[in-house]
Design a protein around this ligand. Structure first.
Ligand code: NAD
Ligand code: IPM
Ligand code: MN
Length: 357
């Protein structure tokens, strides 16, 4: 039996609620692997708003060093209540979540979107939707490359400069091509705004063109990000793999979640493909302060993130078992007449029971 050293950062709001269910399903999934399989050894880190209020700490270096020693990270969500004066904007988002993504070199932010059988899309006729967004995870406007002067005056000037390096763009583009070439439709769509953001756009366009010959079986096309939102709504089935920058990818993946049945189903992996540090798996959604503490958050996104985690660690069979259990759970829910509001733990229990077989 090998051990799976898992750093667990449940975080804030609904984070702990959905993470408990994800862990429940993970335990059952690895049990399926049998006596020669895997033993999960979770270490919980109490990072998030409460720790910050109590100690002023967001992510101490010593904790980051410990987290690095794990095989993977499971994260719930971070972020406080809107307007809480104790929590300045971005403290946790930048200081914890983005710091982990940057320090652990999670340059592939993988966000799959599928309409599961039985799941109702708000679109009338979405067709067969099954695409994956490869969102760049370490650059773009997220790096903190900016500043403000004359703050609070009518002459205030603020910049948030998007960082795009050939190194950073090439590696994520190559990963996206490789993923596209492993999928049946083998199609890659670059989404950017090359008609306006001409400097960054040129880097992305050039590197897509340069890497393309390595993957002659992959068809390449391009959409401006504004038009991409049109087609995600009118014809989402056209997409296979989308590669895009950090901010565009953030926005497109909430839209992708909405059209495929809701943010409660959208999973993600912050992947370090070179395996120089642990990858991190988390739902696409945030801490949802509007529903936190009520036990009604949908844990499915967190549970599907466990499937991505297992797959990344080479446990393809356990990963498929989790995904199949979610599919069956949704199909059953549809058949039994949706509209029944299940508690967070009821959803986790139902999926865990299916994984157990
Ligand atoms: P959000 O994703 O938390 O919530 C948006 C809406 O979706 C809310 O109405 C919420 O109730 C609903 N929702 C989200 N997850 C759900 C679930 N599992 N089941 C049912 N409904 C769900 O986005 P927001 O309100 O913009 O952000 C809230 C906080 O979370 C902010 O502090 C933000 O910075 C942070 N955030 C963190 C992460 C992360 O940790 N990865 C991601 C996004 C936002
Ligand atoms: C997400 C979130 C984060 C992002 C925030 C909270 C930093 O919205 O994971 O999608 O913008 O990447
Ligand atoms: Mn987001």
């Amino acid at each position: 039996e090998t051990s799976l050293k898992l750093a667990v950062i449940a975080g804030d709001g609904i984070g702990p609620e959905v993470t408990d269910e994800a862990l429940k399903v993970l335990e059952v999934a690895v049990d399926r692997l049998g006596p020669d399989g895997v033993k999960v050894e979770p270490t919980r880190y109490d990072l998030g708003a409460e720790r910050y209020f109590a100690t002023g700490e967001v992510l101490p270096d010593s904790v980051l060093a410990e987290i690095r020693e794990h095989d993977a990270i499971l994260l719930g969500a971070v972020g406080g209540k809107p307007g809480d004066p104790r929590l300045p904007a971005g403290i946790l988002e930048r200081g914890l979540l983005l710091k982990l993504r940057f320090e652990l070199d999670h340059y592939v932010n993988l966000r799959p979107s599928r309409i599961f059988p039985g799941v109702v899309s708000p679109l009338r006729d979405p067709g067969e939707v099954d695409f994956v967004v490869v969102r760049e995870g370490t650059e773009g406007p997220y790096t903190g490359n900016g500043g403000s002067i004359r703050v609070g005056t009518p002459h205030e000037v603020a910049t948030e400069v998007s960082l795009n390096t050939a190194y950073g763009v090439e590696r994520v583009v190559r990963d996206a091509f490789a993923r596209a070439s492993r999928r049946p439709r083998k199609k890659l769509t670059l989404v950017h705004k090359t008609n306006v953001l001409v400097h960054a756009g040129a880097v992305w366009s050039r590197l897509v063109a340069e890497v393309a010959p390595e993957f002659p079986d992959v068809t390449v096309d391009y959409l401006h990000v504004d038009a991409a939102t049109i087609f995600l709504t009118t014809d989402p089935a056209r997409f296979d793999v989308i590669v895009t920058d950090n901010l565009f990818g953030d926005i497109l993946t909430d839209l992708a979640a909405a059209i495929t049945g809701g943010i409660g189903l959208a999973a993600s992996g912050n992947i370090n493909p070179d395996r120089t540090a642990p990858s991190m798996f988390e739902p696409v959604h945030g801490s949802a302060p509007d529903i936190a503490g009520q036990g009604i958050a949908d844990p499915t996104a967190a549970i599907l993130s466990v499937s991505l985690l297992l797959d990344h660690l080479g446990h393809a069979e356990a990963a498929s078992a989790v995904e199949a259990a979610v599919l069956a759970d949704r199909a059953d829910l549809a058949a039994s007449g949706a509209g029944v509001q299940r508690s967070t733990s009821a959803v986790g229990d139902a999926i865990a029971a299916r994984v157990a077989g």
